[in-house]
Design a binder for this molecule. Sequence first.
Ligand code: FES
Ligand SMILES: [Fe+2]
Length: 431
Amino acid sequence: MTSRTVEPPGAEPEYGSLVRDDRVHRTLYTEPSVFADEMERIFGRTWVYLGHESEIPEPHDFKLTNLGTRPVILSRDEEGTARAFFNRCSHRGVTVCNEARGNAPRFVCSYHGWTYSSAGDLLNVPFPSGMDDSFDPAEWGLHHLERVESYRGFVFGVLSAEAPPLAEHLGAAAALIDEWVDRAPDGEIVVRHGVRRVAARANWKLYLDGAADGLHPFATHRSFVEMSARHRDGLFISQFRRNPDETPMYSRVLGGGHQYLDQRPGMGGRVWDATRPAPGTEASVADLEQRYGSETTPEILERTTVAGMNVFVFPNLSLVDNSIGVVQPREVNRTEVLWHVTSLAGAEPESLPLRLRIGEDFPNFGDPDDIENWERAQRGLELVPDVEWLHTGRGDDGEEGADYGVTNEAPMRAYQREWLRLMQHRGGENP
Ligand code: FES
Ligand SMILES: [Fe+2]
């Protein structure tokens, strides 16, 4: 066996030695202690996506979410402000809310009945005459996240008081979120259609590795690529049949670990023209043409189809097609990705079924391919400790904001540098 780079249990790992210019160490994906540090130093320190404003539109609406592995309630209080606090009773730690979403002016703990408001304040404890005078309910509310801010309806929370403002954290990703949201006639997207939960026996960073990876589709999604090409050359995903670096598609390093892949230039001038047929397409198009005329309908179809943009906001938010993906680490080798299909505020209601059907296309064909390869990677990394490194060195790194051919692994290396920056920071204040 080759000598191991990782320190014995108990020693502080030298993360700097595990992330190099052209390789990273397998233990980033396999070591429970690394995962535990990630929950503290990444999810416990940087801005994390929690949910969308439209999921909790009314006072007292709530949904359960997570900050890394910590359970969190995202709630709208009586005044209409979005709040986020741990789903953890201040008395003895019980999860006080056990429904995925709903409307509740009170959260009543099932153990001893401590009762909290939708703002997380402790309202009462049972039989209060038994409590000492020194007991101050203001001190025992549900523990709030340090800050909660939203951008274009996307609600983020952070545990660190010193974190930069959300807009600063988003940096260059903000303009791409704008572009994605501005497809909506009223400038807002709406999340109201349930959630599709994808589970993989794989480390959460395997999702991040692929967030702007244009190299894998020709192999991972080969049957999908071939099927589309057989149907019609130029149809979505068939653009990956040839060398994708010879197409005008590009990826971009956005800074802060955020990544971007723009597939639109590889799909021809109009994305609708490359859209794969979905159940009901012809009937929906005919219906739209009848109602809105043949002049306006192409415009409607262009915003009904997929966005053609893959935007990844480190560490857990993904905008792909018309859906919001939330990367949810569960254990070092277990991850869920929660997909929320979106609709566009102000869009023609008749276009919605078509938008939903089109939104199901890639998940039906592509997700099983991706998950299979993440799980195969996890098995290889766990079962063969003798081979320590993964290669990440394809292509050169340019300046921040530079565009790349889509097989360049620069976006992956860039998020790994942000990962390293956070993981190496041990002090109290924000890095
Ligand atoms: S643990 Fe919640 S009331 Fe006791
Ligand atoms: Fe994929």
